[in-house]
Design a binder for this molecule. Structure first.
Ligand code: DGY
Length: 319
């Protein structure tokens, strides 16, 4: 059989590209430019497989227009909210993702955001850099202590558990909400709450780790922000769609939230200019999985899925 042709939509890690080119005929987007819906549709007649990132959207409309030559979309991401899975599966296209390999990297960023937002790291950095740090007093730059505080995790999946494991190192009292309670050995000593509302009532720190779906869209809205203890800190390393950003701004303005740490936004790239006006918001440009070893692991996991598919087997991460 001729070697399959694979379109790699973004500049993946060197190790990934080297292995991909060894095993497949590759079309690589060396310029790392974002592809439009029309680019994706046009390319689908030239390739057997695509390795896209979460920035390329396979909407219902794109799914309907894809060329029958395309057989598999091996995502270089764990999140698949950019793919209309039922529509793609109905076209007979296999879709895979890259679970597990980015758990620790993403949990590290959640920890960074939680600590940074709680201890006012960005504000402090700005002050020192600007040369306007001219005094010290016991009332100066006082933040919120993380050690021993109560942490609420919404979504105790792979990343949520990796974050809980790291938070235990800070002696946090960990609570979680998940659609189903985990087996006790997976709970890491965390306390289960059967409703999001019950969890919010005790969450001095709240971290979101669930996928973006129709059910979770706008999960953190005005009503739910109001349920948090006063002065809570929210961290989001999952997807911007989970948060109503207007309600988030209101919660920051009223002081209900003492701060927020965000690695994702409703509009990406770019973020939300309204959020950028708050000193107590620590923002990063969706870099949860951005470490050298994790990006290699994500690329290799996507290639493993392709290898199994083209060997006539079901890919490990078929969705
Ligand atoms: C993921 O894998 O879903 C991350 O958000 C990066 O794409």
């Amino acid at each position: 059989m001729a070697r399959p042709t694979v379109w790699i939509t973004r500049r993946l890690s060197d190790a990934t590209l080297e292995r991909a080119q060894r095993d497949y005929d590759c079309i690589i987007n060396w310029e790392d430019r974002l592809s439009s819906a029309d680019d994706i549709v046009a390319m689908s007649s030239r390739v057997d497989a695509i390795i896209p990132c979460h920035s390329e959207h396979f909407s219902t409309d794109v799914a309907a227009r894809l060329d029958p030559r395309l057989k598999i979309i091996a995502n270089h991401s764990v999140g698949v909210d950019h793919c209309d899975l039922p529509a793609l599966n109905a076209r007979g296209i296999v879709v895979t993702n890259t679970p597990d390999v980015l758990n620790d990297a993403t949990a590290e960023i959640a920890m960074l955001l939680m600590l940074g937002a709680a201890r006012r790291a960005v504000e402090g950095d700005r002050l020192v850099r600007s040369g306007s740090w001219d005094s010290w007093s016991p009332a100066f730059m006082v933040g919120k202590q993380v050690t021993g505080a109560r942490l609420g995790i919404i979504g105790m999946g792979r990343v949520g558990r990796a974050f809980a494991a790291k938070a235990r190192g800070f002696d946090m009292e960990i609570h979680y909400y998940n659609r189903a309670r985990l087996d006790p050995e997976l709970e890491l000593g965390a306390t289960y709450h059967g409703t999001i509302e019950a969890l919010l009532g005790i969450a001095d720190f709240l971290s979101l780790h669930c996928p973006a779906t129709a059910e979770t869209a706008g999960l953190m809205n005005a009503e739910r922000f109001a349920m948090l203890p006063d002065g809570a800190v929210m961290v989001n390393t999952a997807r911007g769609a989970l948060v109503d950003e207007t309600a988030l701004c209101a919660a920051l303005s009223s002081g209900k939230l003492a701060g927020a740490g965000l690695d994702c936004f409703a509009d990406e790239p770019g973020g939300n200019p309204a959020l950028a006006t708050y000193d107590n918001v620590f923002m990063l440009p969706h870099i949860g999985s951005a470490t050298v070893s994790t990006r290699d692991a994500m690329g290799f996991r996507a290639l493993d899925n392709l290898d199994r598919f083209f060997a006539g087997q079901r890919p490990r991460d078929a969705l």
